[in-house]
Design a protein around this ligand. Structure first.
Ligand SMILES: *Cc1c(COP(=O)(O)O)cnc(C)c1O
Length: 436
């Protein structure tokens, strides 16, 4: 890659990379450990459900007797520790998978409580009282239980927030575009136990977007009744062309399938003319790709911290999702950073990302993503709402090396705009331990 830095400064940036790689080595080991456990789990599931190459071919029309599809769903259920799964290209995205989960369960008069604060931006329309198709239009009440000031689920307020009409509780694993930590799998388990002790019939739903394979367990393994996510995030392994999944209790998956198709049809229809191979292969690759993305995020956290930016999570913190927040602090900085990530991508590197309104989001958003699959955020992407506090959300990356290269490009753009709070210290300072 071509640098615009003067040679002496360029050397400092390169030395900083070596320094950071040393500092993060123990964290990389930790990621490898989790990744190995997930590799083992996925491999065993492929063997358990006896995947064969004829499962990769698709079907047309109604998709009756699509053995590849049915086996794929058995495979997902096995990997996630759930009774059953719905894995479909007819589920258009993560939002649609979540919508299917909610609306297949909730009926007029029911209540849903979101216990991890305001849900993700694209779900806001479901909650708006007057938006066509919203929960309210169907006579379903929704409430949000805010996180505590430390941004953790508010266990003390939980019992008061649940009511006899609460039919479903929503838990979001990832932080979304918020300044809060992701909810780790242990906390998800504790939340579910607390909810079930109030009323065991409440259906616990988890929005698992960006959370898959980051830890060693998945929500169904800690008691979630229904879990949903996107195939162009973690579980698609960067290969799946699109689609969404639900995993959970078999009765709930049956009703989700009835809702997605029609009563009387359910899971039995839905064709995939292009075949299933990329979804199978993507799931197989997912533990590796997620680990690469996490390693890239850990590198970015430490590197940017050395340059004077606040980051969250910190490089050595426990991670429960892929998202790395970097406090860039200005709209000019966001544009420069995102331009660098775009320029450092394999596809559309010659484009400059511009802020725009996207369906489902309130603020103008800048999105840098030079991806093979449109909008795929398991591939490297950087998004930022163009409003205070001007944080950038960096996630994904098919290899940690690509993340590093793109990040250095973004740093170069910030440097050009005089927006780096600090320059790399000289290597002598590091040797004396003064580089942090
Ligand atoms: C991405 C995401 C969604 C929505 O998924 P889309 O595929 O973009 O519709 C929902 N929740 C969280 C936490 C997400 O990260």
């Amino acid at each position: 890659m071509k640098f615009c830095f003067q040679d002496s400064l360029k050397n400092k940036f390169i030395k900083l990379q070596t320094q950071v790689e040393k500092e993060i080595a123990p964290i990389i080991d930790r990621i490898n450990h989790i990744s190995q456990s997930n590799h083992r789990k996925v491999l065993k599931a492929f063997q358990d459900v006896r995947v064969s190459d004829y499962h990769f071919y698709g079907s047309t029309g109604y998709g009756y007797n699509d053995l590849g599809r049915d086996t794929l769903e058995e495979l997902y259920a096995n990997v996630f520790g759930a009774e059953d799964a719905l894995v479909r290209n007819q589920i258009t995205c993560g939002t649609h998978a979540i919508y299917t989960a909610l609306f297949s369960v909730l009926r007029p008069g029911d209540e849903i409580l979101f216990v991890t604060g305001k849900p993700y931006d694209t779900l806001q329309r479901f909650l708006e009282p007057f938006f066509p198709g919203s929960l309210a239009e169907w006579g379903i009440r929704s409430n949000v239980l805010d996180l505590t000031s430390g941004e953790y689920p508010d266990f003390d307020a939980l019992a008061n927030a649940l009511t006899p009409k609460t039919r479903m509780v929503g838990i979001q694993r990832s932080c979304g575009y918020q300044r809060r930590p992701a909810v780790n799998i242990q906390t998800i388990g504790a939340l579910i136990r607390a909810i079930k002790s109030y009323n065991e019939n409440i259906i616990c739903f988890v929005d698992n977007c960006y959370g898959e394979f980051v830890e060693e367990k998945e929500p169904p393994e800690v008691g979630a009744d229904l879990t949903a996510g996107s195939l162009i995030k973690n579980p698609g392994g960067g290969l799946a062309d699109g689609g969404g999944y639900l995993v959970g209790k078999s009765q709930l998956i049956k009703s989700a399938a009835r809702y997605l198709t029609a009563p009387g049809l359910g899971k039995g229809v839905g064709s995939t003319p292009g075949g299933h191979r990329l979804i199978y292969q993507g799931l197989f690759m997912a533990p590796l790709i997620v680990a690469e993305a996490l390693k890239g995020a850990v590198f970015a956290a430490r590197y940017m911290q050395h340059l004077g930016f606040k980051v969250s999570p910190e490089y050595d913190a426990h991670r429960a999702d892929l998202v790395q927040r970097i406090e860039i602090g200005s709209s000019k900085g966001i544009l420069a950073f995102c331009k660098g990530i775009q320029n450092g991508s394999p596809v559309d590197a010659h484009f400059r990302p511009e802020p725009s309104k996207l369906p489902g989001y309130n603020d103008e958003l800048v999105m840098a993503a030079g991806t093979f699959v449109q909008g795929s955020s398991i591939e490297l992407s950087a998004d930022a709402p163009l409003c205070p506090p001007y944080d950038v959300f960096l996630q994904g990356g098919l290899s940690q090396e690509y993340v590093k290269l793109a990040l250095l490009k973004a740093v170069e753009m910030l440097y050009q705009e005089h927006l780096l709070p600090k320059f790399p210290a000289s290597s002598k300072d590091y040797e004396q331990g003064g580089g942090a």
